[in-house]
Structures are given as C-alpha cells and as structure tokens.
Design a protein around this ligand. Structure first.
Ligand SMILES: Cc1cc2nc3c(=O)[nH]c(=O)nc-3n(C[C@H](O)[C@H](O)[C@H](O)COP(=O)(O)OP(=O)(O)OC[C@H]3O[C@@H](n4cnc5c(N)ncnc54)[C@H](O)[C@@H]3O)c2cc1C
Length: 518
C-alpha cells in the first residue's frame, strides 16, 4: 500500500480549497467524497473580501467575479420594512482589492473550485467514495477505509495526515472522539430561491427584517436570482409554502405586482440554523475543518467562509511540515488560532440573530432605540461596515505585544504595488518581509536563506501608512497573509522569520494558470 501524504475527506468548498492550496506547494493529496458531483442545491450566497482573497489565491478571482455580484451592504428593517440602520459598503474602496460583500450561488462556486483543482496533477479527487472509518496507529500511519458506491467494493488507503472536511455530520469527527458543543441556537427557517428576469427594483444589498413574529432576509444573488429566508412559526413546514401562490404573502414586499408567470421557484426548503463548535479540532495527524468543526447560523454569511479560512490557515503549515522544514509543533497553532476566531464569528451571527428575532414587542421597541446605534459598537462596526474580522490570537506564529494598535494576527492589506499588480500576487505563497527600510545585505541574505520574499514599501504608499498606523516599520507576513510579527527593529524581525522552503517555492507564482499545464 502506498502512503498518500494527505487524504481529505469531503469535497465541499472546504475540502477542495484545502486540496488546491496543498497542491500549490506540490503536496500530493487525495480527496474522497461520497458523491461524484457537487451538491446541487443552493446554500451559501455571500462571502466577504477576506474570503475573496483566498479564492484569488486559488487562481480563480476572475472566474469567481464572473459568477458573483458585489452587494452594497446591509440594511436592518423593522417589521413594516422601515429602515432601522444601513451599513453601506462601497465595492470600489476596499483594503483587499475585492468587494466587501459578494453574492453568488454555492453550486456555481463549488463547480469552479472542482474544475480548478484539475489543474493540479498532484491532487486527485475521487467521487462515489464514502469514508466509513479512520484508524490512526499513533505511529504516523492513518488507515482510511471507504466504500466505492458505484460497485460496492471496500478500499483502504494509508495517509500521513487526514483532513476531515466532511461537513456537519462528520465521520472524521466521530472517529477522533470529538463532539460538537451546542452554543444554544436552534431555529427553523424557510429558504426560498427564485429566478426572474423582472427587475425587483430593490436596494442592492442584504435586507434583514428584524421582526420576532417573522424575521426575514432578502438578497439579490445574481442577475436573475434572488434569495429569501423566513423564520418558520411553530407548526409551519415547507409543505405550507411549496408554491408561488403560498409564498406570495411572504415575498410580496419585494416582488410587488410582478406576475407569478415571471417568477420561477428554484427551491423552497427548511433548514434548522444552529450554532456549534467541536470541542477538539485535532487528534494526532487528523484535523477537522469547515462545518465538521463548526456550525454558524447564516445571518452574517460566514459559515463557508470559516471553512475556507480553516483551509488557508492549515494548508501552508502542513506543506511546511511535509516539505518545507517547519517543525510539526506548528500544527498546534491551527486550533489555537482558528477556534477563537470562529467562536467570535459565531457570536456575531448570534448577535445578528438576536437583533432580528428576539424579544417580542418589547424587543421591537428596544430595536428601534438600539439598532440605529449599532454602527457605533466597535466589533460590530468592523464586521458590518468594514467587513474586517478580528485578529488571530497569540500563537507560536502570531507574536503579539500588548498594544491596541498592533498588527500581529491581522491580515496584511492587498494594495496595488507595481505594474498594476496587487501585493498578494507579488508575495506569492511564501513568508515575506514588508518593510519601509530596505534590508542591509546581511539581512537580505538571512531572509533569502529562509525562503522569505522582501517587499520594500515606498514612502507614502498605502503599505507604508499601514505600517505606521501599527507603530512599525516592518512586518513578517505569513503565507496566509496574516501578520506574524511587526516592529521597528528589522534585524530582530529577520531573526524570527521561520525557514519555509517547500519544494514548489522556486516555481513561478501559482496564482494564475498552473505553470505545469501551460
Ligand atoms: C441556507 C444556508 C445558507 C447559507 N449561507 C451562507 C452564506 O451566505 N455564506 C457562507 O459563508 N456560508 C453559508 N452557509 C454555510 C455553508 O453552506 C457551509 O458552511 C459550507 O457548505 C460548509 O462547507 P464544507 O465544505 O465544510 O462542508 P459541506 O459543504 O457540507 O461539504 C462536505 C462534503 O463532505 C462529503 N462527505 C460527508 N460525509 C462523507 C463521508 N463519510 N465520506 C465521503 N464524503 C463525505 C459531502 O458529500 C460533502 O461534499 C449557508 C448554509 C445554509 C444551509
């Protein structure tokens, strides 16, 4: 039996993203999914600019732009559809170069992700493969058992690492003895997708109706596609809303007098929105990512994004351990960094759920008083207005001082730097030193020996201003664009840059067409 370095269970957005990122470092991986094709039903419809950066890193920014639609932000409405607060987002002004709110249809994105993975020969995707068991001998050998649904045969593959990206009912999670901690949120919602070429003439952002009697969400997700979500009342089921006529009272405020013949019901279904966090995300060399590790109610459109953040956080560390000289202990930082961030984002979603659904008539009254002031709450303002998510917690790879302005743990901005290219493209998939002071020869030699890229930020540039705001003249940027450490002593910073030289390091930047296929 040959050993595969990484077996990924689940070819949803998290699994395919992890496979693609690993493949960019030349790490061989096998993705197993119980289905041969993508899950065709609509689910996620929103992702932010930080997640768009990850998609760009996969090499499909233009293709994703072609199947998505920037949104203007978020409006909170009362039960009479009166605007309580508006969090405007200007698609043209963003620190990462992409619109802060992007609407899309999940199956389109998943098809794109899978097609893109085919560009990487070292990643193999096998459908019709239902994983039934994961056995870890504790000596670095993990046996993954799966059944081939096309012929019923059972197969076993051996792996060094297993990534459980197998969604909410994860088998991998059970196999490592992890369980979901319930964060006490459980609501039944009706999810409605409608296609029409008629113009609904609505404000082009997400509408959240705050109404404890029937909270609702509306958004345009494509040129001809619209999504509504309605809280179900006790006793109601999907069957009560299976036709356009039955749905009409719910959607009337948005579709007005557009005739039913001009509306096509794509899907109406019920989901129970839950908030859960796995108590452990790792056992040995087996990791949990995406919905296997956390569930978020979709009120701020961050569940899938969290899975992509997991993949971005773990893939380069794993590549570094397998091929680039990083010590295995860096893998401990995955859960240390990602779990608190995910918990915070779930808290944000629960806060939004509360704003939309809690408190009956008293709640409505409080909402009228409180919601217009939400823009002033710093954490909320960052997320709702600026789309920025919190800094990662301290770890061996996030070296923080105790200062409110510090950059460590935050994402490096992605401005245009030269030749019209953005910083991400210049930095590639390695560690980088972004500095306003050109390194001296010995500093340059040290950084180059450790595989780090040097970017000297021009005086007065956006990056120079960003460093100054962080009271720094230089910052170590990790391959996932998180600031590892920042400060004013370039020599000291050079000393702490880890040696990271995965074998693909010398290849042309894989952001864009795969060099091996062109
Ligand atoms: C109504 C709704 C709206 C949402 N809106 C948003 C939004 O706007 N923004 C957002 O970011 N998120 C949103 N989400 C959440 C998002 O859809 C999920 O978080 C995302 O799909 C999780 O991706 P994943 O790859 O981790 O898991 P999944 O997409 O569930 O993929 C898991 C994969 O594993 C496979 N699998 C499972 N078990 C096995 C096994 N034993 N063997 C082999 N394969 C297996 C499955 O077939 C599947 O392909 C929404 C969800 C819902 C339901």
């Amino acid at each position: 039996m040959t050993t595969i370095p990484v077996v990924i269970v689940g070819a949803g957005p998290t699994g395919i993203t992890a496979a693609t990122l690993l493949a960019q470092y030349g790490v061989e991986c096998l993705v197993l999914d119980r289905w041969a094709t993508v899950y065709a039903q609509p689910r996620a419809v929103h992702l932010d600019d930080e997640i768009f950066c990850i998609i760009a890193r996969l090499g499909i920014a233009d293709q994703f732009a072609a199947i998505s639609r920037p949104a203007r932000g978020l409006r909170l409405l009362d039960s009479t559809n009166r605007v309580l607060a508006e969090f405007h987002r200007d698609p043209a002004h963003t620190v990462h170069g992409f619109a802060q709110a992007n609407m899309f249809d999940q199956p389109d994105l998943e098809a794109l992700l899978r097609a893109n993975l085919k560009r990487y020969p070292c990643a193999e995707m096998r459908g019709d493969a239902e994983v039934t068991d994961i056995a870890d001998d504790g000596q670095g050998r993990i046996l993954v058992t799966f059944g081939d649904r096309s012929d019923g045969a059972t197969h076993v593959v051996e792996a060094n690492y297993v990534l459980g990206c197998d969604g909410a009912n994860s088998v991998v999670r059970s196999c490592i003895g992890s369980s979901m901690r319930d964060l006490k949120f459980d609501q039944r919602w009706l999810v409605v997708d409608i296609a029409t070429t008629a113009d609904l003439e609505q404000w082009d952002g997400v509408h959240q109706v705050c109404d404890p009697n029937r909270a609702a969400t509306y958004m345009r997700i494509g040129d001809t596609r619209y999504r509504w979500e309605f809280q179900l009342l006790p006793g109601e089921t999907t069957d009560d809303f299976g036709t356009l006529a039955a749905l009409r009272p719910l959607i009337a405020a948005w579709v007005g007098d557009i005739p039913p013949a001009d509306l096509k019901l794509v899907r109406v279904t019920e989901y129970t929105f839950r908030a859960k966090l796995a108590d452990r995300w790792r056992r040995g060399n087996i990791f949990l990512l995406g919905d296997a590790a956390h569930l978020t109610p979709p009120f701020i459109g961050q569940g899938m994004g969290a899975g992509l953040r997991d993949a971005m956080n773990l893939a380069w560390k794993l590549a570094g351990v397998l091929k680039g000289g990083l010590p295995p202990v860096v893998l401990d930082t995955y859960e240390q960094e990602r779990k608190p961030h995910t918990r915070f984002m779930i808290g944000m979603a629960l806060g939004m759920g509360w704003a939309m659904t809690a408190g009956g008539d008293v709640g409505n009254h409080i909402r009228r008083l409180v919601v217009p002031g939400l823009r002033l709450v710093p954490g909320l303002r960052d997320k709702l207005v600026e789309s920025r998510t919190p800094a990662l917690h301290r770890s061996a790879l996030v070296m923080k001082a105790h200062a409110p302005w510090q950059l460590a743990g935050t994402l490096c901005p992605n401005p245009v730097v030269a030749d019209g290219k953005r910083l991400d493209t210049a930095l590639g998939i390695r560690f980088s030193m972004v500095t306003t002071a050109p390194p001296l020869a010995f500093q340059r030699a040290l950084l180059e020996e450790r595989g780090a890229f040097i970017h000297v930020a021009e005086r007065g540039s956006e990056l120079a201003r960003w460093l100054r705001r962080g009271h720094a003249t230089a910052a170590i940027i990790r391959p996932d664009r998180t600031v590892m450490c920042a400060g004013r002593n370039l020599s000291a910073l050079c000393e702490v840059v880890p040696r990271f030289v995965p074998s693909e390091y010398a290849q042309p930047n894989p952001i864009g067409p795969d060099p091996r296929r062109t």
